[in-house]
Design a protein around this ligand. Structure first.
Ligand SMILES: [Zn+2]
Length: 405
C-alpha cells in the first residue's frame, strides 16, 4: 500500500518498520519440506493522521485458512459491564431489532437474550468465497463489509435499530468504506457499536509479537475517532475497558446528516515519537533475544515456547529465533503434530516440558490471564529449576531480556 488507509496521504515517506519476508501465521503444516508461502510485512505510521497500519501485507488468498479449526478468541470478560453502559440507549429508545455482523457479536447478543429485542445475525455466507480446502474467516468477512455488498444484504435481510460489529474493523483493508457500508444495516436513527483493540500499549512497550498480517489497522482511541468522523458518524458514547495487554475500545456511533470536513484532531496517546521509538527499538530487541537464546545453547541447554498462537509465531519469525527454539507447547489437540508456520519447530503437548530435562527456559506466548494455570500445569518443570518468561513486555511479569536491553 502506498497510501494511508484512513486519510489517503502517501506512506512513501512514513516511518516504517519492515519485517521482511515472513510466513502466514495460520499456515500450519506437518512437513517442514512443504513450501509455506512467504510475504513481505511492513508496518507504518501515517505522518498526517497517525494511523499505524500495515503498509505491506499478503493478499487475501494467502491468509484464507487452509484448516477448518483456525479460530481466534476475543475478550468477553468486560461485556456485562459494557451492557450496563449501553442501558441508556436501550431504555431511551428501545431497539426493536439488534443485529450482529460478525462472529464476535454473538457473546454480546447472547447477554441481551432475556430482553424484548428481536435478535438477528447477518448472514454473510453467500458472499464468502467457496473454494475447496479453504475455510474463509475474518480476512474474507472484512472484505464483505463494503457499501455495495452491505446495501444488497440489507435489502434482503433487513435493517436494525442497533448494529454490533466487534473485532472486525482492525482487519479491514478499507476501514472507512467498511464503516460507510455498515450504515446500510441501520435504521435512520439507528446506532452502531464498534469494538476494536487499542494498540497503544504494545507500541509503547516495544512488543513486536502484536504485529500480525491479519490486523491491517492498529487503532488507538484517537485514530478510530478520526476514522468514524471520516466515515460520516458522530460518537455518541466511548468507553475503554482495560485489558492485560490491550484495552478494548467500544464506540457507539450514529450517522451524521452531513459529512463533516476532515480536520486534524488532537492526539492524546503517547507522543509523536512513540512509533519512531518502536521502529528504532526493533533491532535491539531482536539482537538481545538472539544473544540471550544463543547463550543457552552454548550451555548445552534448550528453549521452548508455550503457546502456538499468532503472537508466538510472529515473535519467533519476526525476531528470527527459530533456530534457537526446540519446540512449541500447546495443548489444543488440533495443533499437536503441526509445525510453527515457516519453521521446523514441532508443536507438542505440555507434558513434554515436565519430561524433558534439557529445557532450561520456557518462553510464554500465552495471555496474562492463563499464565498462572500454565505455571500450575508445568509445576514439575518449575520445581526442577526450569525458568519461565513472558514474551509480552506489557504483561507485568519479567521477559527473558529484562535488564539485558
Ligand atoms: Zn493517514
Amino acid at each position: 500500500m502506498t497510501h494511508c488507509l484512513l486519510c489517503g496521504e502517501s506512506l512513501l515517506t512514513a516511518s516504517t518498520l519492515a519485517l521482511g519476508p515472513l510466513a502466514v501465521c495460520n499456515r500450519f503444516e506437518k512437513n517442514a519440506s512443504t513450501n509455506v508461502p512467504i510475504h513481505s510485512l511492513s508496518i507504518s505510521e501515517c505522518k498526517a493522521c497517525r494511523l499505524v497500519q500495515l503498509s505491506e501485507y499478503p493478499p487475501l488468498e494467502y491468509v484464507q485458512p487452509r484448516l477448518p479449526w483456525i479460530r481466534y478468541n476475543e475478550p468477553t470478560a468486560h461485556l456485562d459491564a459494557a451492557i450496563k453502559h449501553l442501558e441508556p440507549f436501550f431504555f431511551a429508545a428501545p431497539p426493536h431489532k439488534i443485529m450482529g455482523v460478525g462472529p464476535f457479536d454473538k457473546p454480546l447478543l447472547d447477554r441481551l437474550a432475556q430482553r424484548e429485542f428481536n435478535q438477528m445475525h447477518l448472514d454473510l455466507s453467500a458472499e464468502l468465497p467457496q473454494e475447496p480446502a479453504r475455510y474463509p474467516y475474518l480476512e474474507s468477512i472484512q472484505a464483505v463489509l463494503r457499501p455495495y455488498t452491505l446495501f444488497k444484504l440489507a435489502a434482503t435481510q433487513g435493517v436494525a435499530q442497533f448494529v454490533s460489529c466487534r473485532y472486525l474493523l482492525e482487519h479491514s483493508h478499507d476501514p472507512v468504506a467498511s464503516l460507510r457500508g455498515l450504515r446500510h444495516l441501520m435504521t435512520d436513527d439507528g446506532l452502531l457499536l464498534i469494538e476494536v483493540p487499542d494498540s497503544s500499549r504494545f507500541l509503547l512497550m516495544m512488543d513486536y509479537s502484536f504485529i500480525w498480517e491479519e490486523h491491517i489497522c492498529y487503532f488507538t482511541e484517537d485514530t478510530f475517532r478520526e476514522c468514524a468522523l471520516r466515515a460520516g458518524y458522530e460518537i455518541v458514547q466511548f468507553t475503554r475497558y482495560p485489558g492485560a495487554l490491550e484495552d478494548a475500545l467500544i464506540f457507539v456511533l450514529r450517522t451524521t446528516k452531513h459529512s463533516p470536513a476532515p480536520k486534524a484532531i488532537k492526539h492524546t496517546w503517547g507522543n509523536s515519537n512513540t512509533f519512531i521509538r518502536y521502529r528504532a527499538g526493533f533491532e535491539n530487541v531482536r539482537q538481545q533475544y538472539r544473544n540471550a537464546l544463543k547463550s543457552i545453547s552454548a550451555r548445552g541447554k534448550k528453549v521452548a515456547i508455550f503457546g502456538a498462537g499468532h503472537q508466538s509465531i510472529m515473535f519467533v519469525n519476526a525476531l528470527g529465533l527459530a533456530h534457537h527454539i526446540s519446540y512449541a507447547i500447546d495443548d489444543a489437540p488440533e495443533k499437536i503434530g503441526y509445525l510453527i508456520p515457516g519453521t521446523s519447530i514441532p508443536i507438542v503437548p505440555s507434558e513434554h516440558l515436565t519430561r524433558d530435562p534439557s529445557i532450561d527456559v520456557c518462553l510464554l506466548g500465552v495471555g496474562h490471564h492463563i499464565e498462572e494455570s500454565v505455571r500450575n500445569k508445568c509445576a514439575g518443570y518449575l520445581k526442577r529449576g526450569g525458568q519461565m518468561y513472558t514474551i509480552f513486555p506489557g504483561a507485568g511479569s519479567a521477559t527473558f531480556i529484562d535488564g539485558k536491553v
